[in-house]
Design a protein around this ligand. Structure first.
Ligand SMILES: [Zn+2]
Length: 101
């Protein structure tokens, strides 16, 4: 999983294709991420009990990690690789321009 919480990503497929958003949660086990404003499901909740709020509830549903791409400030949606810096730390880089992401 190359994606992290707080990353800006672009959606590559599905109904939200080309939409951009920030990752709110990473579901490592399922290889999925929850992106703000992406794959929003609207639930129509009827007011059954007085204390349960009725109306429409928007919920961001998880999307598969392969359906989104990290956004490079220069190139837009890109493929990501890894590089090791001189001190041994592993960093993510844009495969197109080499910028650290
Ligand atoms: Zn780039």
């Amino acid at each position: 999983m190359k994606l992290r919480k707080g990353d800006e990503v672009e959606v590559l497929s599905g109904k939200d294709r080309a939409k951009r958003g920030v990752i709110m949660r990473v579901l490592t086990k399922d290889d999925k991420v929850i992106v703000e404003g992406v794959n929003v499901a609207t639930r129509h909740q009827r007011q059954t009990k007085p204390r349960v709020k009725g109306g429409r509830i928007d919920k961001d549903m998880p999307v598969h990690a392969s359906a989104v791409a990290l956004v490079c400030p220069k190139d837009g949606a890109v493929r990501v690789g890894y590089e090791f810096k001189a001190d041994g730390t592993k960093v993510r880089v844009c495969k197109r321009c080499g910028r650290e992401l």
